[in-house]
Structure formats: structure tokens, C-alpha cells
Design a protein around this ligand. Structure first.
Ligand code: NOJ
Length: 768
């Protein structure tokens, strides 16, 4: 049976000249469309894909493999800027499969209309956008969300993002970023789930499920994209777009597992990466895309290049020119090109010259069409273009509630000496210092392409809901002048003219809340830093205020781990709030006044000094891990500790949790049980994340000194206890050898269960 939309196509082919009839039919199709029909069976879709492929010319096929950046006001009179006319003409010829960065139901509809009503086959476009942590309503940045270790909340956050994005015409997000990384200098750490592949895989899957929902053909679910395949998180020295170089053990055990989990969770698309892996750019990397992703893992969706990464293979020195780049990308399994102009300008010629087999093109187009069918775009290409829905859903109250919940859960309490926090409800004379306290934009974070400046609840606004007893002084700005997403940050400020007022205020206050950190655009793509301290004069401001009042609560807001050893030594309370999105100020004030008891745990180690980067908990032992001979010849720095300032998995609460009774039952090697009793001993209800780490003591390929292999988050009332049990199976105890085989080796394992990667109860067992 033909769907309404297919009837339209057939009908239009018969009467191509009759525009009126086409329009009429289009209207009938729209009114009879079913937005929420269950996903069609895969084999039915395959049949439709093959039937369509059989009708397509080589130009139309290659067209499906082309993604353009949105080119002009689609609802306006004419294409305008740059090569817009060329794009427009190509779209009309059926030479475009997808757009990115076209936003708004009206804009999307205008382009979709050209694709479905003016091209020969009327194949609908798929519209992609970087919906990274929300569209209009912003959740915390992904690194912050990851600190929640709360998969339900993270899934919900992605769901909300999908609901808002799908209401403005978007049906595909370039998220989640599942790159693992270890270097806080890299600006994109804000966009992922941190340094651990186990946690990263779980979070990636939660996000994919949130975006894609239970039924991809529904009008409010969108295709997800696991990116950047692979190894982008390992750019040398944390420098953006830099060389990547790691060994096979790291590739198989650290880099690939979150992507494998994404594929197992049915992620519909994967984006390749800017970087090289073993000297071969990811976009032209056959081993990664064909052998592993599509071969070994059986990925059924399609691969998109990163922005111009196809063309950049010429700069890498892998392709002599764009035509050769096009050849390499197609052969290696890159199905769609994002703004490289490699496929659009060269692929048809390459096929006609016999250099690229048409079966490669057919395979790529088949994958792209399949996802379009699964999204239901052939049934109703306009189902994401409902302006009433757009109006109703953006910034919806329910979305604000979810964003606040996520923001609460993302906060990590790093230090709380002398119980300075939470502040008493009747706390008098509070000084609030720092430009970021009065900022309604910065805390929205980076990668917020659809958002509106000034839509975050500021810290001051959040505080207003709890107290009238504060006075504010800016002290110092973070950056001088305007900041935006595309251009360089202007200089960090050197202006100390506000210090005096701030110091005087601190002097006469009982407690000082200092809101310091990075601007929202200090992190994100192309925002690598060599210093990961407080930018500008903020560190000096902190130290000057400390001289007159030591009762300081330092509220950090930043997109990456910062190295703040002086603050860690001297400031009694430190709260890591990252960039918490739209509800930032409300969440921060709730935590400061104890309306929410913080429960976050760091997904990434905080170094003592930038010189420790890259730093990560799941490191190898080395041959000289300790100072056994009491001399200088062991693995260490002469001027700094080896340990991080704050470790992976670390985070405090306003209550305390006591761990006791570690039990290990290794009777069944296929299901080893590890349990522990946790008691809330701190007098108030709180949430804990119990974490389980293993160490495989001796293996054919060395294993890290600790690896996260289980965690559970739960609430305990004051004095309440709970037995937390984990089951270790082959999946947790095995690893990948250097050929990429997953193996399980018998032998001794250490196990630690506790409140962070550095604190817990330890035992061991033998895997027989
Ligand atoms: C480049 C980024 O690396 C990628 O993550 C993003 O999705 C694309 N640009 C599109 O904006």
C-alpha cells in the first residue's frame, strides 16, 4: 500500500505540469498525515528504499549525499549571500539531501516545499542542527549534566531538547558528543560526558534515547548523531583541531566503547571527525568507518562528515585535491558531506570515470533514505513544521521544570569546611561579588545555537527568591567587551577599578558569596586554553577579598575543570556549578540555601596545575608508580603532586554517607556479586552515587589501576541504610586486546566500592 505522500509523488509524475493539482494533492496529503504512527518494519522500509533508488539518476543519488549550510532567508524573496544561488539551483534539481542551520517551522517548510514539490522525485530533506543541551530552554552544558550521574534526568533533558527542536522544523541533532577526553585545556570538554568510557557510554545512550524516543516516526522525536568518530577528544595538548595519536589499546578500550554503545542503542547517524587516527583522517578512514562501524558493529544508519572535514583531507596531506578527497571519503564510508563541496562537485564525475563504484553511492544513499523513511518524512515531510506547536512549546513551563531539576543535579559541592553551607534562611549581611553573579547570558554556556541571550536566571535573581539580605558588588568583569560564538574572545579584563567597592562590601559582611569563573564562550569548539585558571583578574579579586573576610563561598561557573589550588587550600566552601543553562540562578540559590542538597560527582578530574594535563583516574600503573627506593627515580613531578586536586567521581553532600560491610561473592564467575552497606549519617536526606571500580591485576595487555564498572544513584533519608549490590559479568571484567577482540582473562581482581574514585572499601577476588 502506498502512503499518502507516495501517492502524491506518483500523481505528480503523471501530471508534472499541473501545479494546481499538485498543490491540491499536497493539501490532501497533509490533512491525512499521521504523525505518530508506529515505526515501519525494517524490511518494508528496505523495499521502499530500493524502489526509490531504482528510479534515481546518479546526480540525484549524489544529491542525497550533500548537506548544505542554510543559505538565505528561505521565506524571503531570493537567495542572497555567498553561493546561495548555486545552492538554491542545486536544491531545485534534487541535488541536496540535507540542510543544517535552517531554523524555524516557516523556514524549514519553505525549503522542504522546494524539495518535495519542485524536484523530480520529491525526496524530502532532513534538517540537522547542533541541539547540544537544549534549543531555547537550555539544560546545563553536557559536562555538567554528566556530573549528575542520573540517567533518567539526562534522558529527559535530551527529550525536552528534541521536543523544542522538532517544533522548529528540526529532525536531526548533531548530538551526543561521545568523545572521551582527558585534557581540560580542550574547549570541547564542555560538550561531552568526561573522561570515563563506562560512564560516557551510559550517558551517550541516555541522550540518544531521549532524542530518538520510542518511536522515531513521531513528530517530536529526532535522529541523534554520535560524534566525533573517532578520537577527537585526544587532540594533542588540548589544542583544537590538533594531531591525534594514540595506541590500539586506547582506541579499543577508551575511544570506541561509547560509540559501540551508541550503535547498540540504535543511534541513527554517526559523525566522523576532523582528526587523523594512525595517520589517516577520520573522514577518509576505511578501517574506522567500513571495517569497524559498518562492518563489525553492523551500524545501519549513515555517516556524516564533520564541517568541511572532507576537504580538510587536502590540508592533512592525505588527498592531493578535492576530487581525491571526495574519492577517499566515499570509499571510506562517509555517506554525507557537510559543507566540503567534495561530493557535490566531484562524485558524479568519479562514478562516471569508473573511479568510484556506483554501489558505494547506492549504499550511502540507501542508508540516508532509510533514516528519512524511519523519521516518517516520506509520509509527511512537513510534520515538523507546525508554527502553532513552535509557539506553544518553546520555553514551555514543563521544560523549565526539567531544566531546573537537571541543573540541581549537576551541581558538585567540592568543599564545605565548618558547615558554612547551606546558608541559614535568616542569614544576615551577605555580600555577593563577581560579574558572573549578575549575568543572564554567560551561564547558558557554549554550543547553544538556537538560544536567546539574556534568558538565564541570574544568580542574583535566584537569590531574590531566598533572601533580601544581600548586597552586590561586581568587583571585576571576566572579559572586556563583547563576546560571541564565532569570533575570538576579546582580552580578559585587566580592570581592577571595582575591587575597592567589593573589598569594602566584604569587610562589613558576615559571609561572602563570590561567583567567579569562565565566560560561557571560554569553552566550546575552538576555545582551547593554555591556562585553566580564573580568567582576567578574578584570582586577584578572590585573594584581595579573602584578606578582609575569609568566610567565603566560592561559586564556580565554568565549562571545563579549572586548576585552582589556592582556592582549594584557602576558601572554606567551593561549589562547582559549571554553566547550568536557563535555570542557572535558581539552581545555584537553591543549593546555597539548602533547598536542594547537592549530589553531583565529577565526571572529569580537576588538576592542581595545567602541567598535569592530561590527567585521568583510569591511568596505567607504569613500572615505577611509587617512591619505593626513596629517591628521585620514580614516576612523578618534582614540583607538583601526582594526584588531581579533585578526583573523578568526587563530590560532597550536606549530609554524609558511611560505607560498611563490603561483601564479595565470587562463587559464580559469570556473575560475581559485590555489595556494600551505605548509611546516611549526616542528619539530612541526601542523594549518593555509589561507584564500583575494578583493577585487573595482571593481564596480557596492561589494565588501568582503576576502572569504573558500576554505579547506582539513590536517595537516603537521615539515618537510613541501604545495601547496594553490583553484579560483575564478562562485560565488566573483560577488555579489548590489541586486535580488537573482547577477551576475559582469569586471575586476580581488586575491587573498590565507594563514594568516589579515591574513597571506598576495597577487596579482591579471583576470576576462575
Ligand atoms: C563542527 C563540529 O565539530 C561539529 O560537532 C558540529 O556538529 C558541526 N560543526 C556542525 O555545526
Amino acid at each position: 500500500m502506498h502512503s499518502g505522500y507516495q501517492v502524491l509523488l506518483i500523481f505528480r509524475h503523471m501530471k508534472r505540469s499541473n501545479f494546481l493539482i499538485t498543490l491540491l494533492t499536497g493539501a490532501l496529503v497533509l490533512s491525512s498525515c499521521v504523525s505518530n504512527k508506529p515505526a515501519e518494519r525494517a524490511d518494508e522500509i528496505d523495499k521502499k528504499v530500493n524502489a526509490l533508488l531504482a528510479q534515481m539518476t546518479i546526480e540525484e543519488k549524489v544529491g542525497q549525499m550533500v548537506q548544505y549550510n542554510g543559505f538565505y532567508d528561505a521565506t524571503g524573496p531570493a537567495p542572497s549571500e555567498g553561493n546561495a544561488q548555486e545552492k538554491y539551483d542545486n536544491l531545485k534539481k534534487g541535488g541536496v539531501g540535507s540542510f543544517l542551520n535552517v531554523r524555524g517551522a516557516k523556514q524549514v517548510r519553505a525549503l522542504q516545499k522546494i524539495a518535495v514539490e519542485e524536484t523530480r522525485l520529491g525526496i524530502p530533506l532532513i534538517f540537522g542542527l547542533d541541539v547540544i543541551h537544549g534549543h531555547k530552554t537550555l539544560s546545563p552544558i553536557p559536562l555538567a549534566e554528566s556530573a549528575s550521574w542520573d540517567m533518567q534526568a539526562i534522558k529527559k533533558s535530551a527529550r525536552v531538547a528534541a521536543i523544542e527542536a522538532s517544533a522548529i522544523g528540526i529532525n536531526w541533532t548533531f548530538a551526543p558528543m561521545v568523545d572521551i577526553y582527558r585534557d581540560a585545556r580542550w574547549g570541547r570538554v564542555m560538550e561531552g560526558a568526561g573522561e570515563d568510557p563506562y560512564l560516557g557510554a551510559k550517558i551517550g545512550v541516555a541522550r540518544i534515547k531521549g532524542f530518538q524516543g520510542d518511536d522515531l516516526s513521531a513528530h517530536n522525536t529526532i535522529a541523534a548523531c554520535a560524534k566525533h568518530f573517532a578520537g577527537y577528544g585526544f587532540v594533542e595538548a588540548g589544542k583544537e583541531y590538533n594531531t591525534v595519536d594514540f595506541g590500539t589499546s586506547t582506541l579499543y578500550n577508551i575511544v570506541l566503547p561509547p560509540f559501540k554503545a551508541a550503535v547498540d542503542a540504535d543511534v541513527k547517524t554517526v559523525m566522523n571527525a576532523f582528526n587523523i587516527v594512525n595517520g589517516v583522517p577520520s573522514t577518509g578512514n576505511k578501517f574506522l568507518q567500513r571495517d569497524i562501524l559498518k562492518g563489525k558493529w553492523g551500524f545501519k544508519g549513515y555517516v556524516i562528515s564533520d564541517w568541511a572535514s572532507g576537504a580538510e583531507m587536502v590540508n592533512h596531506g592525505f588527498a592531493a585535491d578535492l576530487k581525491e578527497a571526495s574519492l577517499h571519503a566515499a570509499e571510506a564510508g562517509c555517506d554525507m558531506d557537510m559543507e566540503s563541496y567534495t561530493y557535490v562537485n566531484h562524485l558524479v564525475d568519479l562514478v562516471e570515470e569508473g573511479k568510484v563504484n556506483v554501489s558505494i553511492v547506492d549504499e550511502a544513499v540507501g542508508r540516508i533514505l532509510r533514516v528519512k523513511y524511519e523519521l516518517g518524512l516520506f509520509d509527511d515531510p512537513y510534520k515538523y513544521c507546525d508554527e502553532a506547536r513552535e509557539k506553544e512549546l518553546l520555553y514551555h513551563d514543563d521544560h523549565q521544570a526539567a531544566a531546573l531539576d537537571m541543573a540541581h543535579k549537576s551541581v558538585v559541592l567540592l568543599k564545605n569546611e565548618g558547615g558554612i553551607l547551606p546558608l541559614a534562611k535568616d542569614q544576615k549581611k551577605i555580600a555577593v561579588i563577581g560579574a558572573l553573579a549578575d549575568d543572564k547570558t554567560s551561564m547558558l554556556g557554549s554550543w547553544r545555537i538556537g538560544s536567546d541571550d539574556g534568558t538565564a536566571v541570574s544568580v542574583l535573581e535566584g537569590l531574590n527568591k531566598h533572601t533580601a539580605n544581600y548586597t552586590y558588588a561586581k568587583g571585576a568583569d571576566v572579559v572586556a567587551g563583547d563576546v560571541n560564538f564565532v569570533f575570538h574572545l576579546n582580552e580578559n579584563t585587566t580592570d581592577k577599578s571595582g575591587f575597592k567597592e567589593a573589598i569594602q562590601l566584604a569587610k562589613k559582611s558576615e559571609v561572602v558569596v563570590m561567583v567567579l569563573g569562565e565566560h560561557g564562550f571560554h569553552s566550546g569548539e575552538a576555545r582551547s586554553r593554555t591556562k585553566i585558571d580564573l580568567p582576567g583578574v578574578q584570582q586577584q579579586l578572590l585573594e584581595e577579598v579573602y584578606k578582609v573576610n575569609q568566610n567565603i563561598v566560592l561559586v564556580l561557573t565554568n565549562g571545563r575543570p579549572l586548576a585552582l589550588p589556592w582556592a582549594a587550600d584557602n576558601i572554606p566552601a567551593i561549589v562547582e556549578t559549571w554553566q547550568l543553562g536557563t535555570q542557572s540562578g535558581n539552581a545555584i540559590a537553591d543549593v546555597l540555601f539548602g533547598a536542594y542538597n547537592p549530589s553531583g560527582k565529577l565526571p572529569m578530574s580537576f588538576p592542581r596545575s595545567v602541567g598535569q594535563c592530561p590527567i585521568y583516574y583510569n591511568k596505567f600503573s607504569t613500572g615505577r608508580p611509587v617512591n619505593a627506593e626513596k629517591n628521585v627515580f620514580w614516576s612523578h613531578y618534582t614540583d607538583e603532586e601526582n594526584d588531581p586536586l579533585y578526583a573523578f567521581g568526587y563530590g560532597l553532600s550536606y549530609t554524609t554517607f558511611e560505607y560498611a560491610d563490603l561483601k564479595i561473592d565470587d562463587a559464580n564467575p559469570k556473575a560475581i556479586k559485590v555489595s556494600v552497606k551505605v548509611t546516611n549519617t549526616g542528619g539530612v536526606s541526601g542523594e549518593e552515587v555509589t561507584q564500583l571500580y575494578i583493577r585487573d591485576k595482571a593481564a596480557s595487555v596492561v589494565r588501568p589501576i582503576k576502572e569504573l564498572k558500576g554505579f547506582e544513584k539513590y536517595t537516603l533519608a537521615a539515618n537510613e541504610s541501604k545495601e547496594v549490590t553490583f553484579t560483575l559479568t564478562d562485560a565488566e571484567l573483560g577488555f579489548y586486546d590489541n586486535q580488537g577482540n573482547f577477551i576475559v582473562e582469569p586471575g586476580m581482581f581488586d575491587v573498590m566500592v565507594g563514594t568516589s574514585s579515591v574513597k571506598g572499601l576495597s577487596g579482591s577476588f579471583e576470576l576462575k
